[in-house]
Design a binder for this molecule. Sequence first.
Ligand code: AMP
Length: 273
Amino acid sequence: MQKTAADLKRRGRKVGFVPTMGALHTGHMSLVEQSKKQNDITVVSIFVNPTQFGQNDDLAKYPRPFAKDKVLLEKADVDYLFYPTAEQIYPDGFKTYVSVRGLSEILEGKTRPGHFDGVATVVLKLFEITKPTNVYFGQKDFQQCAVVKKMISDLNLPVNFNMCPIVRENSGLAMSSRNVYLDEQDREQALGLSTALMKAKALDDSGEKNVNKILSAVKHVIDGYPRVKVDYITIRKASDLSEIKKIDGPAVVLIAAYVGKTRLIDNLLLGYN
Ligand code: AMP
């Protein structure tokens, strides 16, 4: 892959890169479509990255429908599928990790220590291998976008970061590979997340600026979904995820919650009026 990518670069071809962990759905494919529109060549990677999973996380049972994924990518006319093994990415004696300090320990990082170091490390390796001009990440993982963007700027990486909007099911549920863990009752309860975010958006649209007021209304909505156990609901400055009391510029409401045993995340941009 690295040789092929270097060759493509030498020939002046513009490469778009979409890193994934597979179990592809319409959300992933929206990133692929965006890449296809803006580049000569689109590379998709499928790699269930062990270093971003914690001890109690779902690495072993993470869905891996590889044959189905391959068909989807072929149908979408993707140029290259890169699917390395864990041993290829992390050979014996692997020692180097990238850590985006300050952004990695908060929110998702609090519940999942080391998660973003694993993400930053593998993403940097994948960029080095695929040599993209443009890279595509989903807003679905907003904090991941913040971490990767900061790494790109801090390390002077020669890639353009593109954040693509969250693709949702008709019900409002954000698409996620982890949704396969949800049974019918869970799915209904999982709507608590997007419904709560919509409440925040409605208040934001009506001109409410007070973060605490918005958050208490959002929590009230969530209370109507008894099987949803909130990890965090917070409104942060969109650019650096710092805490704010008032919405006076681009902001984001972020939520993480367990529905049964499944941990879901979702978010919505605010403050654009
Ligand atoms: P994953 O396979 O979960 O690591 O996701 C690969 C990429 O797809 C990440 O950049 C995600 O943010 C993005 N993604 C996942 N779900 C969605 C979604 N519902 N809408 C848009 N992008 C998504």
